[in-house]
Design a protein around this ligand. Structure first.
Ligand SMILES: [Zn+2]
Length: 403
């Protein structure tokens, strides 16, 4: 292979030289490329490339190897550079560019676009998939909704996910925009593409939600349970109409509409202690107040020693785990050494209710109507028409976009 010949030449000459030609310029990041961290801080990555590829040293911008196919091999870090199979590349950032139909297989998962292998400051490997936003959304949608849902619900989800992705671009000081786990949007790469979800992405190509010409953080969640939540109740975020709660009569048939969970008071005490709260044996937990969507604003935890601890409902949910306490809208029933939480909905409740969008689509609402219902006052536009790709910048929530 050519790259081996190249490497031999480098070793023979004892110095590193690169061939440069006009087509080898670094491509600057365009606003429609999303950088997804697909591996973070790993000692080793398993790599294969099915198809034509080039390796580019990102500090010089030069192509330093190319080939027709790369058999499965391990990527590790050495003092001298990045080891790919048997070849050492003296680079801190190595980008794999592949031809359109090729796949880059990282840890047995195929990805489109480019993958950059980055040596992080603590000598680990982070792999970032640089992917066109439309392809990224194709890899996200399957994980967010069922691909059997009506097309209008899938299209609404495609626009919300695309908007959220573009809102997430360029976080300060990060080598990637989003992660592929629950803290951003779950992204499964090529394996997660399905015909109908791909179609929903194609049919809404480029469309995003804006407010006064600015990209909004289009949050969404599984099931609101009756009313969506005001974003400013949860996060330090500008109070704009698209992020205010609306009544939702459309998610009644969601399997997440009702939930019940039982906790041992001792376990609640231990969990609170682990999170830095000084707390004695718990005697009672009660609701102090609720916000206008009926979600719990404050909780009171009374202890055996008579002391009371007032906690924000949203903090209690995060401490106990957002998938353990599925929503912040519940009743409390004390049962001796145990407590029952009987709740409604799943997720933070801000923005589009996914099961509500399904209910609206089943009632023949269009995706435009679904989006303007859950993001009131927002405008649908093509992001290529944005004068500047500005977003509403606020402190980003620590919770998962959809939970
Ligand atoms: Zn709902």
């Amino acid at each position: 292979m050519k790259k081996n010949i190249f490497l031999i030449l480098v070793l023979l000459s004892g110095m590193i030289t690169f061939s440069v030609n006009a087509s080898d310029k670094i491509s600057l990041k365009t606003p429609d490329i999303v950088r997804v961290a697909i591996v973070r801080d790993s000692r080793e990555v398993v790599l294969a490339i099915h198809g034509n590829y080039r390796l580019r040293d990102m500090s010089s911008g030069h192509v330093i190897a190319h080939g027709l196919r790369l058999a499965e091999c391990k990527v590790r870090l050495l003092d001298r550079g990045i080891l790919v199979g048997l070849d050492i590349y003296p680079a801190r950032r190595l980008t794999i560019e592949s031809s359109k139909d090729a796949s880059i297989i990282i840890d047995n998962r195929p990805f489109r676009g480019e993958v950059t292998l980055i040596r992080t400051s603590d000598n680990r490997i982070t792999a970032v998939n640089n992917i066109n936003v439309e392809d990224y959304i194709k890899g996200v949608l399957y994980h967010e909704v069922s691909h059997h849902w009506p097309m209008e619900a899938l299209k609404a989800q495609a626009v919300a996910a695309r908007t959220y992705a573009l809102y997430s671009l360029n976080p300060s000081g990060k080598i990637y925009d989003v992660t592929n786990d629950i803290y951003s949007q779950v992204y499964g790469g090529r394996e997660s593409e399905r015909y109908r979800t791909d179609l929903a992405v194609e049919r809404t190509r480029g469309q995003i939600l804006t407010f006064n010409g600015v990209i909004i953080p289009a949050y969404f969640h599984a099931t609101c349970g009756g009313m969506t939540e005001d974003a400013h109740e949860l996060w330090n975020i500008t109070d704009i109409s698209p992020l205010r709660g609306v009544p939702c009569p459309f998610c009644k048939n969601s399997p997440h509409m009702h939930w019940k969970n039982n906790f041992r008071l001792k376990d609640v005490q231990e969990t609170l202690k682990r999170h830095g709260y000084k707390i004695d044996t718990i005697k009672d937990i009660s609701v102090v107040d609720r916000d206008r969507s009926e979600r719990i604003d404050h909780l009171k935890i009374t202890q055996n020693n008579g002391q009371e601890l007032i906690l924000k409902g949203k903090d209690f949910r995060e401490i106990m785990g957002p998938n353990v306490i599925k929503s912040n809208n519940y009743e409390i029933s004390m049962k001796g050494y145990y407590v029952d939480l009987i709740g409604r909905g799943w997720g933070h409740g801000v923005g589009m209710c996914q099961w509500g969008a399904l209910g609206m689509a089943q009632q023949q609402f269009t995706y435009e109507q679904i989006l303007s219902y859950y993001y009131p006052g927002s405008q649908l536009m093509n992001y290529h028409e944005l004068e500047k790709p500005e977003t509403i910048k606020d402190s980003k929530p620590s919770l998962h976009n959809t939970k």
